[in-house]
Design a protein around this ligand. Structure first.
Ligand code: MLT
Length: 329
């Protein structure tokens, strides 16, 4: 006959097992990317923090849909997590655009300051409110550099005649317009094929992403722009998050924080090696002319004022500039 104590133990184990979950994470990028590195670290941390109760499975390369579609799926609660570029969240929560204003962040330290300080917390709250998803981690991937298959680009004049793919992000589209060309907005999941089939000539993404996506097979020239420091959040469906018990919610938040710290170290350790690897594969890297002066002037003067309202007002931009120790506008 089963004793009362054994029965209680059996029941509690059964409940624990019944609540155990394998969370799915959609990942926009491929193996070797900063997104994958953060996702794997998050998986390990979550497993440890829940004593093995919960596990995580990564679906790389946009297998679960375009990055913007995964935001919709997570909002509906049909997807648990997604790892995607910040520019693909902005359409759902415009205040996040502060992180895609050209030349706002000029280093990893500045990206850390904006995402992990009070401004980052406000963006997390806004994203829950506007998009039904919660940012629980931040991947730091480095500056987005311009790649193309046709010619070295140093000046805005060199850019003329190139068909450049951009994410479906109004700020980035307007940045290229300010630089004098009409870019081609396209989902990330379609970009490699479009470059390969020469539907477009170029695109921009960090060195680490260009490397992990094997873009050297279809691109030859890189321009070392510093217009956008790429941040790629880990988001969780807010409804999935709210369905978890307190201990699991806490574990998700702590695992996200640990993975964020890991990501900054991963970038510092890997970026230069990856850049050398791209050179070894035959890519050529050019510096923008005049220390990027014309690129910076055009993008900041033409683009910033158009987005003060959607970001939440000029005050928000000034708060970010103050946080970075810069002059207000
Ligand atoms: C994009 O260009 O749409 C994104 O930056 C892709 C990514 O997630 O790396």
């Amino acid at each position: 006959m089963i004793s009362l104590a054994a029965g209680v133990l059996y029941l509690s184990l059964a409940v624990t097992q019944a609540n155990a979950k394998e969370f799915k994470i959609a990942v926009g990028d491929s193996s070797g990317s900063p997104q994958e590195a953060l996702g794997l670290h998050f998986a390990q941390e979550l497993k440890e923090r829940t004593q093995g109760k919960h596990s995580v499975r990564l679906f790389l390369n946009g297998q679960l849909g375009s990055e913007q579609d995964t935001v919709n799926d997570a909002a509906l609660g049909t997807l648990d997590f997604s790892l995607l570029a910040i520019n693909n969240i902005t359409p759902f929560s415009p205040s996040v655009g502060i992180l895609t204003l050209p030349y706002m962040m000029q280093s990893l330290d500045e990206a850390v300051e904006l995402t992990q300080g009070p401004i980052g917390q406000e963006l997390i709250d806004n994203t829950v409110r506007d998009a039904g998803v919660r940012i629980v981690g931040w991947t730091y991937s480095g500056f987005r550099v311009l790649s193309n298959s046709k010619k070295p680009v140093e000046t805005l004049d060199d850019l003329k005649g190139l068909l450049v793919r951009v994410p479906k992000n109004a700020i980035m589209i307007d940045t290229y317009k300010a630089w004098g060309i009409n870019p081609t907005p396209m989902a990330w999941s379609e970009t490699f094929a479009a470059l390969q089939q020469k539907v477009v000539d170029g695109q921009d993404n960090p060195y680490m992403t260009i490397h992990s996506m094997n873009f050297h097979e279809v691109q030859q020239y890189i321009t070392n722009l510093r217009y956008l420091f790429s941040i790629e959040p880990l988001i969780v469906s807010e409804s999935v998050f709210q369905d978890q018990d307190d201990a699991t919610q806490q574990a998700i938040l702590e695992a996200g924080k640990a993975a964020t710290e890991f990501s900054a170290g991963f970038l510092v350790e890997s970026e230069d090696r990856i850049k050398q690897g791209l050179l070894a594969k035959g890519m050529q890297i050019s510096e923008p002319a005049d220390g990027e002066k014309a690129w910076i002037e055009k993008a900041t003067q033409d683009v910033w004022p158009s987005y003060y309202d959607s970001i939440g007002g000029k005050d928000k931009v000034n708060a970010a500039l103050r946080a970075l120790g810069r002059d207000e506008i």
